[in-house]
Design a protein around this ligand. Structure first.
Ligand code: ZN
Ligand code: ZN
Length: 135
């Protein structure tokens, strides 16, 4: 099987996984909007033990509504937000789907924190929607 790989804009920070993500979702929460300076975040979650991170990263901690800390990790050089880690999912590493390289195909199965969704964002039919998180 082909490895799944990602890297930041400048290429210093790298990610590689040996298996497909356990879950891919789109998160509309305010933290994601703030962290990415975007309308939403498209994140794929990989098992820690089956993925590797290489390079220097910096992090910013957010406190989720659940009381869990979530941590955005980004490249120290180009500021690309690459990873998303949550105390709620200690064995999973979230990776920004926009940074994943071909042949990875984005197939988010659910949208979370839909109540914070920006008005102009349209969610495709047939995808699960949650008002808040899924924990
Ligand atoms: Zn970089
Ligand atoms: Zn979020």
């Amino acid at each position: 099987m082909t490895n799944i790989a990602a890297s930041c804009q400048c290429g210093q920070l790298k990610f590689e996984a040996e298996s497909d993500p356990v879950l891919e979702l789109v998160c509309h929460c305010r933290d994601c909007q703030d962290a990415l300076q975007a309308d939403f975040a498209n994140i794929a979650f990989f098992k820690m033990g089956e993925s590797q991170v290489e390079g220097e990263l910096a992090e910013k901690i957010y406190l989720a509504e659940s009381g869990n800390e979530t941590c955005r990790q980004y490249c120290v050089q180009c500021d690309t937000v690459m990873f998303d880690r949550s105390e709620g999912f200690p064995n999973l590493l979230g990776v920004s789907v926009s940074q994943l390289q071909a042949p990875y195909i984005s197939r988010p199965t659910c949208h979370v924190f839909v109540r914070d969704k920006k008005a102009g964002v349209v969610i495709p039919d047939g995808v699960k929607q949650y008002e808040t998180g899924i924990t």
